[in-house]
Write a protein that binds this ligand. Structure first.
Ligand code: FAD
Ligand code: FES
Length: 281
């Protein structure tokens, strides 16, 4: 059983939790993830390791409520426990001096990019972080990202913060201004694809951190398979980071939507049961 040491709502439907998991805290590195399961019959859900406190033996996760399991997790309180918390999984990000490193994140991707830029800043990279959101009120972790970025730039669809438009519009400006060595993108698939399309034309190395459906996280079930450079790869053990210029994006997008109907049914049943419990109290 894994105890929730701290819980905070850090944005609109976005939660940060510190989970007591000393073995994972000792071993996890930036770019890796965990898989949690709330109860015996619960779904297995992957989340990026957003922070580590080895002294406290805790691992920080940051998640957006999008369906049944993330809603169920958001309803737990400090002091509650969850059944499974497995990790660290996946390959860590390669931490070395690249030069000018531009990290592009969409939505809750800001949480996933934070540990990566933190480590890359320590080894002397110039970090330019670009965060995209629909609107200003959906931007998270601004202060924490500011501390580890040489430049922190924003794009919002409605123009309420930073440039009005997309992260790719900001990225275009950055590329014009300076020689970029690496672009790192994490977030929704259309965003990562658009970033990769832009940088491909300019021959800029681009790393994307993929988020396909995952089940076991050990390379056994095949749920997370992606086609990279015309070869089948498993994001949980071969990734989650890959060369953005080699991904079969359309196939990945189709696979992510495969269980939409079942996911909706599962959320509806959970919400209905919650309501019934409230009425009978
Ligand atoms: C390596 C990795 C790291 C991730 N890190 C984060 C993170 O730090 N913060 C965060 O908010 N989200 C993260 N995600 C996405 C997160 O796993 C999904 O939002 C979550 O599984 C949704 O579960 P649900 O039951 O609440 O919603 P559901 O209703 O089950 O699904 C909603 C949508 O989430 C996606 N999804 C569903 N099940 C899975 C699954 N088992 N694996 C991956 N995606 C799924 C699908 O697009 C689906 O349509 C990560 C995914 C991966 C693969
Ligand atoms: S999640 Fe099963 S093979 Fe990757």
């Amino acid at each position: 059983m894994y105890k929730i040491l701290k819980k905070e709502e850090i944005g609109n439907n976005v939660y940060s939790m510190e989970i007591y998991a000393p073995e994972i805290a000792k071993n996890a590195k930036a770019g890796q993830f965990i898989i949690f399961r709330i109860e015996d019959k619960g779904e297995r859900v992957p989340l990026t390791v957003a922070g580590i406190d080895v002294d406290k033996g805790s691992v920080r996760i940051i998640f957006q409520v999008v369906g049944k399991s993330t809603l169920q997790l958001s309803l737990l309180a400090q002091g509650d426990v969850i059944k499974d918390f497995v990790g660290p999984l996946g390959h860590p990000t390669e931490i070395k001096k690249y030069g000018v490193f531009v990290a592009v994140a969409g939505g809750v991707g800001a949480a996933e990019v934070l540990p990566v830029v933190k480590e890359l800043k320590k080894v002397g990279n110039k970090i330019v972080t670009i965060i995209g959101a629909r609107s200003k009120d959906l931007i998270i972790l601004e202060e924490e990202l500011k501390e580890v970025s040489d430049e922190l730039l924003f794009a919002t669809n409605d123009g309420t913060y930073g440039l009005k438009g997309f992260v790719t519009d900001v990225l275009k400006n950055v590329i014009v201004k300076e020689k970029v060595d690496v672009v790192y993108a994490i977030g929704p698939i259309p965003m990562m694809k658009a970033v990769s399309d832009l940088t491909k034309g300019k021959s800029i190395k681009t790393i994307v951190s993929l988020n396909p459906i995952m089940l076991d996280g050990t390379g056994m079930c095949g749920a997370c398979r992606v086609t990279v450079d015309n070869k089948t790869r498993f994001a949980c053990v071969d990734g989650p980071e890959f060369d953005g210029h080699s991904i079969a994006w359309k196939e990945l997008s189709l696979r992510l939507g495969l269980y939409k109907n079942l996911e909706k049914v599962s959320l509806d049943i959970f919400s209905y049961n919650m309501e019934c419990k409230c009425h009978t109290k």
